[in-house]
Write a protein that binds this ligand. Structure first.
Ligand SMILES: Cc1cc2nc3c(=O)[nH]c(=O)nc-3n(C[C@H](O)[C@H](O)[C@H](O)COP(=O)(O)O)c2cc1C
Length: 346
């Protein structure tokens, strides 16, 4: 199941670990890379020196390719230069005009992913120089670029920007989702929530437990966690804080309950306020259950924590099983009933 995109970026399997903010650890990215998929470091908030040492840490763990993601709601030239100096060749940009950064990456011989939540955003990303588009459906966890479901967005973006490769993001957590994404024209899947529940993800176990416990209606598309990143809709777990805000009719700042309250301390001792865009990373102390827990609707498909390499292998096995089932059903010429469960025919 190697696609043209896999060949373009030097990976064996059409699976990409989405950038998941400060949950990305060197061992997560290296584990994904060694399994033949692409790991992606979310670097938007790392100090340049920390970014350099993190890239070196990944390189010391794996010799495979990996990518760096930068959110363009702030200037990122410094971080981009550090990553290029350290030999990174694959970049992903989201939330802004990627024209200048794409040009710089191309001048160094690199590859650019541009994220989009609509056909219009996808067209703009390609015009600005993206070599591939990440079509992010609104099922996605974290900050959400649009409000179109992936089942419509993905084929529509493929139609609009083809032959530029398109990657499917949002709502995918297993091999069935991979096959569906390929069927809709995608060339890889981009999974965030699934990898948040990897053993190597740098998060408190409570966060992973809450993802595993979440049902299909367990997340909300919201604007509540605006501290540090205003005006950016996001999808989060329906924690008691989110539920209370929702029940009150989603009031804006400063009319929300407990506005401004410090509820936790980050690992570096920095105070975290109730509506900050800060997830419970490993080492956070305080009321962790009240913090932002970005997660997608795909939480409903996540049933346990496992090492990243095992997740990649499991998804490929499931995809192969799904393909075998489809081939058998399809090839039976109608003699076999497609699907499981009792027949509804008389
Ligand atoms: C905790 C978390 C942090 C995220 N951080 C980033 C980020 O730094 N940059 C980015 O472009 N996308 C970020 N995203 C969005 C993901 O890259 C991706 O689009 C999304 O997770 C896909 O949906 P899924 O969660 O259903 O797999 C984040 C998502 C989550 C859940």
């Amino acid at each position: 199941m190697r696609t043209a995109l896999c060949n373009a970026i030097g990976i064996d399997l059409p699976i990409i670990q989405a950038p998941i903010g400060s949950a990305c650890s060197p061992s997560l990215i290296a584990g994904v890379a060694d399994a033949g998929a692409l790991g992606m470091l979310a670097a938007s908030w790392l100090a340049p020196a920390e970014l350099r040492s993190t890239i070196r840490a990944i390189q010391s763990l794996s010799s495979r390719a990996f990518g760096v993601n930068l959110v363009l709601n702030r200037p990122q030239h410094h971080r981009l230069e550090v990553a290029l100096e350290e030999g990174v060749q694959v970049f992903s940009f989201a939330w802004g005009d990627l024209r200048g950064d794409a040009k710089r990456v191309h001048s160094a011989g690199g590859f650019v992913f541009g994220s989009a939540g609509s056909v219009e955003q996808a067209r703009r990303a390609v015009e600005a120089g993206a070599d591939a588009v990440v079509a992010q459906g609104w099922e996605a966890g974290g900050h959400v670029l649009g409000d179109v479901a992936l089942s419509v967005l993905l084929p529509a973006v493929c139609d609009a920007v083809g032959p530029v490769p398109v990657v499917a993001a949002g709502g995918i957590a297993d091999g069935r989702g991979l096959v569906a994404a390929l069927a809709l024209g995608g060339q890889a899947i981009w999974m965030g929530t699934r990898f948040l529940a990897a053993t190597e993800a740098q998060v408190d176990p409570l966060y992973q437990d809450r993802i595993i416990a979440a049902s299909d209606t367990g997340t909300a598309h919201a604007t509540i966690f605006d501290g540090g990143w205003p005006d950016a809709p996001h999808r989060v777990l329906r924690t008691p804080v989110v539920q209370a805000w929702d029940t009150m009719g989603r009031p804006a700042r400063p009319d929300r309950p407990r506005e401004g309250e410090i509820i936790a301390l980050a690992p570096d001792g920095q105070p975290v306020r109730i509506y900050d865009d800060t997830i419970p990373v490993a080492g956070t102390t305080g009321d962790l259950g009240a913090l932002a827990m970005y997660a997608g609707q795909s939480s409903a498909l996540v049933h346990g924590v496992a090492p990243a390499s095992a997740l990649v292998a499991k998804i490929m096995r499931e995809a192969e099983d799904t393909m075998a089932r489809l081939r058998a059903d399809w090839g039976s010429g109608g003699a076999r009933e497609i699907g499981q469960g009792p027949s509804r025919l008389p």
